[in-house]
Ligand binder design. Structure first.
Ligand SMILES: N[C@@H](CCC(=O)N[C@@H](CS)C(=O)NCC(=O)O)C(=O)O
Length: 240
C-alpha cells in the first residue's frame, strides 16, 4: 500500500493523478501546509525539505522495510517504475520522458508557483509590479514551450501518454490566475483538454477537495505559532 502525505495543491495532485491512472491502492495522510504540518519532527524525518508530497511504500518490490520518497518528480519515477507503466525504460524513450519531468520540476513548477504567489499578494508587501511582470512573462514563455512542443506530437514525450504529461498538467489548471490566455496556445489547449478529460485525471484532481484549514478559526496562540513557522521561512537550526 502506498501512503501519500498530501495536501490538495498541484504538486500533490501530480501523485494522485498517477496513482489513479495506475489503479494502485493508496491512502492519504493529510499534511496541512496552512497549519505548518510540514515542519512536524516526524514529517521532517521523511522530507528534510519540509514540503509535501511524500510517499511511503509499505510494500516495496522485493520486500523489506518501507521506502519513503520525497520530491514529486522522484515520486512519479518511483511509482511508474514500480508499476512498469507510463515511463518507458529503453534509453531513448526513457530520456524523452525524463527530460520533461525534470523540466517541470526545475522550470514550470517553481515559476508558476511564483507567479501565483505574487499575483495573489497584491500590494500588501508594497508594489509588486516588477515581480508580477517578471513571473507572468516567464509563465507565458513556459506555456509557449509546451505549445511548441505539442504542435507536432500528441503528448510531451511523443505518441505515448506518460508521467511527463501527468506531472505538467496540474500546474496548468489555473492558467487564468497565472495571467495567461490559452486561446493563444492552440496546441497546448488541445493537449490540456484531452488530459483534463481523462477520468483518472479528474479523480486525481478531486482527491482531498474537502481538506482545508481555516486558520482564522484557531485560537490566537495557535495562529501566532503558525505565523512564526510559515512566514519568512529561514533555515531550521541543526539538531546538534
Ligand atoms: N519540488 C517539490 C515542491 C513541493 C512543494 O513546494 N510543496 C508545497 C505545496 S505545493 C509545500 O509543501 N509548501 C509548504 C510551504 O511552503 O511551507 C516537489 O515537487 O515535490
Amino acid at each position: 500500500m502506498i501512503e501519500v502525505f498530501y495536501w490538495p495543491t498541484p504538486n500533490g495532485k501530480k501523485v494522485t493523478i498517477l496513482l489513479e491512472e495506475l489503479g494502485l491502492e493508496y491512502k492519504i495522510t493529510p499534511v496541512s501546509i496552512s497549519r505548518g504540518d510540514q515542519f512536524a519532527p516526524d514529517f521532517l524525518k521523511l522530507n528534510p525539505n519540509h514540503r509535501m508530497p511524500v510517499i511511503v511504500d509499505h510494500k516495496p518490490a522485493g520486500g523489506g522495510a518501507p521506502i519513503s520518497v520525497f520530491e514529486s518528480g522522484a515520486i512519479m519515477m518511483y511509482l511508474a517504475e514500480k508499476a512498469g507503466r507510463f515511463w518507458p525504460q529503453d534509453t531513448r524513450a526513457k530520456y524523452e520522458v525524463t527530460q520533461w519531468v525534470i523540466w517541470q520540476m526545475a522550470n514550470q513548477g517553481p515559476k508558476l508557483g511564483e507567479v501565483g504567489h505574487f499575483r495573489r499578494l497584491g500590494d500588501r508587501e508594497g508594489d509588486q509590479g516588477y515581480a508580477v511582470r517578471r513571473f507572468t512573462d516567464e509563465a507565458n514563455r513556459l506555456y509557449g514551450v509546451l505549445n511548441n512542443r505539442l504542435y507536432d506530437r500528441r503528448y510531451l514525450a511523443g505518441d505515448e501518454y506518460t508521467i511527463a504529461d501527468m506531472i505538467s498538467y496540474p500546474w496548468t489548471v489555473n492558467w487564468q490566475a497565472q495571467g495567461q490566455d490559452i486561446e493563444g496556445f492552440k496546441h497546448f489547449k488541445r493537449w490540456f483538454e484531452e488530459i483534463g478529460g481523462r477520468p483518472a485525471v479528474q479523480r486525481g484532481l478531486a482527491v482531498g477537495k474537502d481538506l482545508s484549514t481555516d486558520v482564522t478559526k484557531l485560537p490566537p496562540e495557535e495562529q501566532a505559532r503558525i505565523r512564526k513557522i510559515l512566514y519568512n521561512q529561514r533555515a531550521i537550526p541543526a539538531p546538534g
